[in-house]
Design a protein around this ligand. Sequence first.
Ligand code: GLY
Length: 280
Amino acid sequence: MKIIIHGGFFSESDQSHEVKVAKQNSLKEIATKGFEFLQNHSAEETVVYTVSLLEDDPLFNAGIGSQIQSDGKIRMSASLMNGETQKFSGVINIENVKNPIKVAQVLMKEQDRVLGGEGAKKYALEHGFEDFSTEIPQRRKEYEAKLKNGGKGTVGCVALDNNGKLAAATSTGGKGFEIVGRISDSATVAGNFANQHCAVSCTGVGEDIVSNATAAKIVTRVSDGMSIEKAFEKTFQELKEIDGFAGAIAIDQSGNFFHQDSYPTMVFASFDGIDFEVFD
Ligand code: GLY
């Protein structure tokens, strides 16, 4: 059983040492809770639970603390992929829901599993989700000051459960100040993908991740026999050719973790019950 999570990026030039320590501590705590949950739950249930904890933490750009778009509204995207069933579900540009990843989880049972905008919100309300504003004062201040410091924040989790099954979940508040209607990578197979061989979740600039098909490529390469290290190396080399800004976390079916970023520093933590690794 193993779990690895990410919470976007940390930049020494934009963020204080206190923020770095707060993110390290939060990721450690959330990875520990996720790992405990994994003892008695499937990989799919665990990645949803763990991403919902990340959505609830205003330090990260997903759920509470999401970036505000150019028209002053928050629209969030999240997706879930079960590596065993090969089913993908997600919401794109949903408003006023506390945990978009939980809406994606409910959608997993539907034939129509990726919903956008108003339809996604209507579905959430019909399935017991409350109207909930995820805005925090800090994001409003940034919006009003037009400080475009977003763009690279997303949260994600990949897990391997005690039955050897893999799953991936990813959630984002977007990049901030985006054109209304922009679709990020987080609810696409470029940003979140899993099968029985490998599970991957990405963070970074959505357009770059989609252009590079990052998560789908890494998973496909591992499925075709490449090691997880080599799959990352080749995929990130291709990302470099387009000067892409991204980071990704992954686990393969043997329990090998991997993470890489094209621009430092992706914020991540992994835990296997013995060893902890947290970004520095
Ligand atoms: N990866 C988040 C975004 O670009 O919206």
